[in-house]
Design a protein around this ligand. Structure first.
Ligand code: FAD
Length: 472
């Protein structure tokens, strides 16, 4: 890997173990490997008051909350593929209160409103829990909290600093290993308030059910190919039907935006995940983890991992891969070198689980912008709202984003729409080949920093000073 000091994850792992553990894995999201409902295609032209484009969390929360705000509105949701098939059905299922991709990013960018943003983030997380309970959504919601772990000596101070700022309780080496037994852990930061875990695909499917019960008309295999705003009404063309409507919300995440102005604002970055077979009681006993917290280590290139209801470990992150040309392409998803690296890091973290195999391997594209958290806007005389750029933390933030979109369309200022974070758009990425050169240089520098006790080189410090950068 990179020159510099070796990290704990550079230790050698028996190649035979890695091959065996991945040998019988199925390619595809474990979360989507369950029965799911079908929604009809859109074959004839229709009219509506509000059309939501995109059937991931952002679109589903928008449609649901729109129906709750005004039950008389005719709301249509169209999805190009299947409900929840993309990022919303492939993610780690960490529901974090942060709306700003973590405290540090939020504090640096919006120092004056970070307290408000944090309070709104907690309100959103509590609101999501309340929605799930009131609507009876079976999304395997568990408010487990989050355990951040230091695996390198310099990271211990980072956690101590975060604890001093009230971001959690610092655990020393013994305390963190009492929670979860890994020889890689040097310290931990436990926050029991700000994170829940869910079954990502069930959340999407259950939101779709709630939408339908609230009167939303859902169509699958209906891709909006054109948005025409020339007349009094908006016209959305799917190739097979025209939808005429008063307002629209574009919740299309990493996929090509219907608005030209948004095309340079995000890039797809591929994130990779493994899931183990269900652990036996003895295997689970060997690692402890009775609190079932979501866990993340805290290098620039980090792993995130969690337990499922049937005691699998979902293990993802580290490599975040950008491909020249900004394309979303299924061919990028099966990347053997990355799956092997993830497996090796898993066995370094939990050597006591050497007899465990991986049942699934998959990847998804992350909608990354230059500020690492969502941005919004209105287009077409205020009739179209959009949100993009959740980067790697959109499971909770999508619900907040949906409310922002609806507030924007209502046209009256609200505490959400008054936020600087909502009013200001990030800088776009440059066109190719500059985007590729800049992103690869950033990733290389981040890897160097992880191998140099966290020290950031001049390139990263310059990006930091300019408020730019790159993250998964
Ligand atoms: C591997 C991975 C792990 C992640 N882990 C986490 C995590 O643990 N916690 C977290 O907070 N975040 C995580 N994320 C990010 C999170 O999953 C996303 O931010 C979130 O799902 C975004 O929801 P969305 O509705 O915006 O996007 P999506 O789920 O991508 O949905 C967008 C939908 O729009 C549809 N669409 C696009 N264009 C059109 C069109 N023209 N017409 C009709 N439909 C269209 C697409 O088909 C798609 O279904 C992860 C992401 C990945 C890929």
């Amino acid at each position: 890997m990179s020159a510099g000091v070796e990290t704990v994850f550079d230790a050698g792992v028996d190649p035979g173990l890695i091959e065996r553990s991945l040998g019988t894995s199925t390619f595809g999201s474990m979360w989507l490997d369950i029965p799911r409902p079908d929604y009809p295609p859109l074959t004839g032209s229709v009219t509506g008051d509000l059309v939501v484009v995109g059937g991931g969390y952002a679109g589903l929360w928008t449609a649901l909350h729109a129906a709750q705000r005004n039950p008389d509105r005719r709301i249509i949701l169209i999805e190009a593929n299947r409900i929840g098939w993309a990022a919303s059905g492939r993610n780690g299922g960490f529901v974090d209160a942060s709306l700003t991709h973590g405290a540090e990013n939020g504090k640096t960018r919006w120092p004056k409103e970070i307290e408000t943003l944090d309070a709104m983030g907690i309100e959103n997380l509590d609101g999501m829990q309340a929605d799930i309970e009131q609507l009876g959504l079976d999304a395997e919601w568990q408010r487990t909290g989050m355990l951040s772990v230091a695996t390198e000596p310099h990271q211990v101070q980072w956690l101590a600093d975060a604890a001093a700022l009230g971001e959690g309780r610092l655990l020393d080496l013994q305390e963190v290993r009492d929670e979860v037994r890994s020889p890689t852990y040097l310290a931990g930061l436990l926050n029991t308030e700000t994170t829940a875990i869910v079954h990502p695909a069930k959340l999407a499917f259950e939101l779709a059910r709630a939408c339908q019960e609230a009167g939303v008309h859902i169509y699958e295999h209906a891709e909006a190919k054109r948005l025409d705003s020339g007349g009094a009404a908006l016209r959305i063309d799917t190739g097979e039907a025209i939808i005429t409507c008063r307002q629209a919300v574009l919740a299309t995440n990493v996929f090509g935006s219907l608005l030209r102005r948004n095309r340079l604002h995000t890039v797809p970055v591929y994130d990779y995940v493994l899931a183990t077979e269900p652990l036996t009681d003895a295997q689970l006993d060997s690692i402890g983890w009775r609190g079932r917290q979501g866990i993340g280590d805290c290098a620039n290139q980090f792993h995130y991992y969690r337990l499922t209801m049937d005691n699998r470990i979902v293990w993802g992150g580290y490599d975040a891969v950008y491909h020249f040309g900004r394309k979303v392409n299924a061919a990028y998803e099966d990347r053997p070198s990355t799956y092997r690296r993830l497996a090796a890091h898993f066995f370094i973290t939990f050597p006591q689980l050497e007899d465990v195999n991986f049942s699934h391997r998959w990847a998804g594209a992350i909608d990354t912008n230059t500020r690492f958290c969502a941005h919004w806007g209105l287009a077409r005389d205020g009739r179209v709202a959009y949100v993009n750029g959740f980067t790697g933390l959109g499971v909770g933030a999508a619900r907040f984003a949906a409310d922002v979109c609806l507030d924007l369309l209502e046209g009256k200022p609200t505490p959400r729409t008054e936020l600087e974070m909502v009013r200001k758009r990030p800088l776009p990425f440059p066109p190719e080949p500059l985007a590729s050169v800049g992103i690869q240089a950033t990733r290389w520098s981040l890897d160097r920093a992880d191998h140099s006790a966290g020290r950031r080189n001049l390139f990263l410090r310059t990006l930091d000073a300019a408020g730019l950068g790159f993250d998964s």
